[in-house]
Design a protein around this ligand. Sequence first.
Ligand code: FRU
Length: 473
Amino acid sequence: YNYDETYRPIYHFSPPYGWMNDPNGMVYKDGEYHLFYQYNPYGTRWGNMHWGHAVSKNLRKWEHLPVALFPDALGTIFSGSAVIDKNNTGGFGKDALIAIYTSAGKNQTQSIAYSLDNGRTFTTYNQNPVLTDSNIVDFRDPKVFWHDASAQWIMSLATSQTITFYGSKNLKEWNKLSEFGEGIGSHGGVWECPDLFPLTYDGKTKWVLFVSINPGGPNGGSATQYFIGDFNGKTFTPDTMNYPLWLDYGRDNYAGVTWSDIPATDGRRLFIGWMNNWDYANNTPTENFCSAMTLPRELKLAHNGEHLVVSSIPVKEINELRRENQRFDNQKIEKSYTFDKLLKDNVGAYEMEFVVKPQGATAFEFKLFNQNNEQMRFIFDLKNKTLAVDRSKSGKLDFSDNFAQTVINAPLPTKNSYKIRLFVDKNSTEIFVNDGEVVQTNTMFPTAAYNSLSFDNEQGIISVENINVYNLK
Ligand code: FRU
């Protein structure tokens, strides 16, 4: 492996060598968080899909394990999920770790494989595939969970531009329950990588359905939309809302789904996404590997003042990555102000947090920049209620025509104060506003680490408070 190359992230998961896309089969068992992923072990471009594998005890530090699933007679191995079969419903063994994935051959079909040694080795089921439908070309990405109320496994499956739900008692025989998605949400591209899971808000359980789509994202290319509603063991009924809703308005968070089998004593809903975009993923300027995952995030329901939203924040375990801390004095800024030398030895892996309180300002922005005049701009337009990210001068751009043409917009509810956390890791920025109500994840390829931060505002003043920059290891 070459871990020294310029854009190798320091604290985000990336494959040892080769190409990676979607996270797959995330499941927790015996103190380990498993992360499988779409993997080409033979090159840094998409193809030859296998399931790569890594485990972590703390969602911070990952250990690479050997490839888990290899192409077989039914095809290459596309995206899917994993569950722990606590009651041995499949007959493969109590507590078997069972992967449910798409075999991508002549047709796309669903297959299963089981592991009795915590994911170190898998045996494919000898009667695969377990679910076929030769009429549907895009028929993939099974995400399975045990639904207590109806005492069955539920599979959400991407079926062209809908999600079809199937039920099973044993993970081997599946019957269709219902289909969702016609005439609702975004249909700018094919629907992929669904996930259906409960979250509580104000003591009430709601069901959230994630659907990744490509293309058709709010800022171009791939993105993850979601629906909030109810699920009765058969059908998903969305609440009346102005769909589509987007999990992350940035250009680089795709195909993310949540961990299975997190213990009830923990109770969190944990997520990770692929930090790239099909618009340019195959052209990004890394050498020995391609792509990283987002930070692991905790999902919650929150009210943004107008309606419920799914918020996401980095898991609390990430706080332990903090090393040296630079604290800056509060500033009341009338027009502009620059903080130089954010960190002494800045290799481009840090977190910053601060609070901005606009007083009469109609807009403010901050930008990170380096000595080569490369910059990432974060523009809070309070009149038009948007948070725009501009990476048009962020560094290398020439690898793709699709990378930096437009600013990247997210809706921004009006607040008296904006609490901002921003994570930078070599070639990525993840911004979380007000506990993850507004999120943008965007990659960039600067030729040197951004080590300065400047603020600008229009009219009035902005007060910038509690400014901390942490080196992350
Ligand atoms: C999403 C996706 C999935 C598919 C996988 C193939 O990025 O297109 O639908 O299973 O990638 O690698």
